[in-house]
Design a protein. Structure first.
Length: 398
């Protein structure tokens, strides 16, 4: 076991180049990798913890870390960076892990019956939990940073503005928001562009919060929030938006999602699909699918655009905001750690470790791995009235 572990860690070090680290083993031996001061110290408290990494990859590491059998001292971002490297990603998972992944996939398929359970698992942790580390608008998606000095609050409002410009919103238009979360997009669009809108989410705490915020803003006559599956939404809207929800649709249901999108959007209408994606086919992360996003699926850019085309939706523009999401997650992580004692009291130590690994690991995935954040602007059928350039996105707001 030790020989295999040393070879594996040496290969990680060779791939990372700049990261020096130490590993303390269950028998007291310390392994050192790199000549610089260690960026972190990884402690494997049991031989089983080491075995589980080789048998289960991120699932094994994550479960052992959550259980306290693996500890990390120092910069937690660095081991998460190592986790994005090919040597780690190419670990041969055990047969038992593969069977567990298959079972997890089958029991969390995003059907009309199962989807509410999947969404509840992640989003119904309680509004008080999310308030501790989200911005004041409770926006739980990639922000848009114009400078490195933008606050999270600024960047989230800038994201909404960026999307509104892509949608070319006009006063009096109607907007449907599929997976509206806590209502931030609809509230911004109604206040700043004079539109009316309908949003849907499967999370009851999100519905309650959104309705309260809409009431406070005096927008109850213009915005409706429904606890409803996207497949059950009806109507015809001038504009369509979906932010951070497409990852919950599931590969099997992408064609259905696109058909529903086309049916909701008026002919020639403009839509923006904002979602986590990737360019090439890679296995889903078993730890994330089990503990963070059951039923989740990260769509390929190619399959997304292809299914849009099959449904009669025309791709107009694709923007990759990968680094913006890494920056967003870094700020969420900072706020999370600042409130970690409150979170520990709300849940337990295992939960604290789980969410820490999720936030920091996700940031590493966007910064160093294969994870992307796409905004796809599209129209329902051909629209020949669109601007010839992107200048409308970046000019001073009129």
């Amino acid at each position: 076991m030790k020989k295999t572990l040393k070879h594996f860690l040496s290969a990680l070090r060779d791939q990372s180049h700049e990261i020096s680290f130490e590993v303390r083993l269950w028998d007291g031996e310390t392994l050192r990798f790199g000549d610089e001061k260690p960026a972190f110290v990884l402690t494997l408290k049991t031989r089983q913890a080491a075995r589980r990494i080789f048998a289960g990859g991120t699932l094994g590491f994550g479960e052992e870390y959550m259980a306290g059998n693996i500890d990390v001292e120092g910069d937690f971002k660095k081991p998460m960076h190592l986790g994005t490297l090919p040597e780690f990603a190419n670990l041969k998972l055990s047969f038992g892990t593969k069977i567990s992944m298959l079972f997890q996939y089958l029991k969390t398929l995003d059907t009309l019956i199962q989807s509410p359970k999947n969404i509840s698992y992640h989003y119904d942790r309680g509004n008080n939990f999310y308030r501790l580390w989200l911005d004041e608008s409770m926006t739980y998606s990639c922000a848009y940073f114009r400078t490195n000095n933008d606050s999270l609050e600024q960047a989230q409002q800038q994201k909404y503005e960026h999307i509104c410009r892509k949608l070319q919103l006009r006063e009096g238009e109607t907007l449907v928001d599929i997976g509206c979360g806590w209502g931030g997009m609809l509230i911004y669009a109604a206040k700043n562009y004079g539109v009316s809108g309908v949003g849907c989410t499967l999370s009851e705490p999100q519905v309650q919060f959104a309705k309260e915020r809409i009431q406070q803003e005096g927008l109850q006559d213009r915005i409706t929030i429904a606890k409803q599956d996207y497949r059950e939404i009806d109507g015809a809207f001038d504009k369509f938006v979906s932010i951070g929800m497409f990852e919950h649709v599931g590969k099997r249901f992408i064609p259905q999602f696109m058909e529903k999108t086309r049916s909701l959007l008026k002919k020639g209408g403009i839509g923006v699909l904002h979602y986590i994606g990737k360019e090439k086919q890679t296995p889903g992360d078993p730890w994330t699918l089990k503990y963070i996003f059951p039923g989740g699926y990260i769509p390929l850019l190619g399959e997304t655009v292809e299914e849009m085309g099959k449904a009669g939706l025309v791709t107009v523009d694709v923007e990759n905001l990968r680094l913006h999401y890494a920056m967003t997650l870094d700020e969420w992580s900072r706020r999370y750690e600042a409130n970690v004692e409150n979170i520990r009291q709300m849940f337990d130590e295992s939960f604290v470790r789980m969410w820490r690994m999720f936030l920091i690991g996700s940031s590493a995935g966007f910064r160093y791995g294969n994870t992307r954040l796409y905004q796809i602007t599209f129209t329902n059928g051909v629209n020949n009235e669109l601007p010839l350039t992107r200048e409308n996105l970046y000019c001073e707001h009129q």
